[in-house]
Write a protein that binds this ligand. Structure first.
Ligand code: ADP
Length: 247
């Protein structure tokens, strides 16, 4: 893993679904430690881009390197250290207790036997409890995940990726189901590690301006702008959504 390489380097990434373009010729590089927000109207391609970066969706063409490496060639453990994602569909295991879904963030770091034990035995990882307390879930740890509210489940998914602590943290609308105060807590937690690279799609432009150092605007599958947050104007945001967002 070279520290001189960009954390994320996308060249000519293109993706269509049933011949309908979702992403067209996406090029950008992100330096290690940058905090990047993806903004754009619904259907602009934000989830598709994050899922390609996470290796969950294959691009039709183009190349992707994460910290100088081709992520598709890495072993499970190396990938888990390199990249983690909070998906929009949170991918939690409903019947498991919240604590075990959070601790699943460590599965990539553990061997197969330890992973199995962690999901079946009542084992507690102290770091998971610390994160759960900070994110406001300490009362919910022993509750089965499907019984939690949408916002609580979203915090379980955030806690899981924070425990995983990947070099590149991806988050697809990580605060969409949260109230204003909880959203601020979670965004603060997701963006506080100076050396961690973060790319997150956000619904609310005010969150992007407050928590990201750089904003990439996507419009109909293309890059509309790619600017430091303090250079993103109200006009650019209006053009991105075709009408004025509420800041
Ligand atoms: P956003 O996250 O900005 O709302 P998406 O990346 O989810 O946008 O979607 C971009 C486009 O790709 C949309 O037109 C969407 O309908 C389409 N799309 C995304 N995923 C799929 C899929 N699995 N199958 C078919 N079309 C898809």
């Amino acid at each position: 893993m070279s520290t001189l390489s960009p954390a994320v380097a996308c060249h000519g990434i293109t993706k269509s679904f049933d011949r309908t373009p979702a992403l067209a010729d996406i090029n950008f590089a992100v330096a290690p430690g940058e905090k990047v927000a993806l903004l754009g109207a619904s259907g602009a391609g934000k989830s598709t881009l994050l899922n390609i970066l996470a290796g969950l969706v294959a691009a039709d063409s183009g190349s992707l390197q994460l910290l100088g490496q081709d992520p598709t060639r890495l072993r499970r453990k190396e990938r888990a250290q390199l990249v983690g994602i909070i998906q929009q569909r949170l991918n939690l295991v409903g019947p498991l207790r919240a604590q075990h879904n959070i601790q699943a963030g460590l599965l990539g770091h553990w061997g197969f036997i330890a992973s199995l034990a962690a999901l079946t035995l009542p084992m507690e990882v102290p770091a998971a409890r610390t994160i759960a307390e900070e994110i406001g879930l300490s009362e919910k740890l022993s509750q089965r995940t499907f019984t939690l509210s949408g916002g609580e489940q979203q915090r379980v998914a955030a806690a899981r990726v924070l425990l995983q602590n990947p070099a590149i943290l991806l988050a697809d609308e990580p605060v969409a189901s949260l109230d204003i105060n909880t959203a601020e807590v979670v965004l603060g937690m997701l963006t506080r590690e100076e050396n961690q690279t973060v790319l997150m799609s956000l619904h609310n432009p005010a969150h992007a301006l407050a928590y990201a150092t750089r904003i990439i605007g996507l419009r109909e599958g293309k890059l509309a702008f790619d600017l430091p947050s303090d250079e993103v104007t109200q006009l650019l945001l209006e053009q991105l959504y075709d009408s004025a967002p509420h800041l």
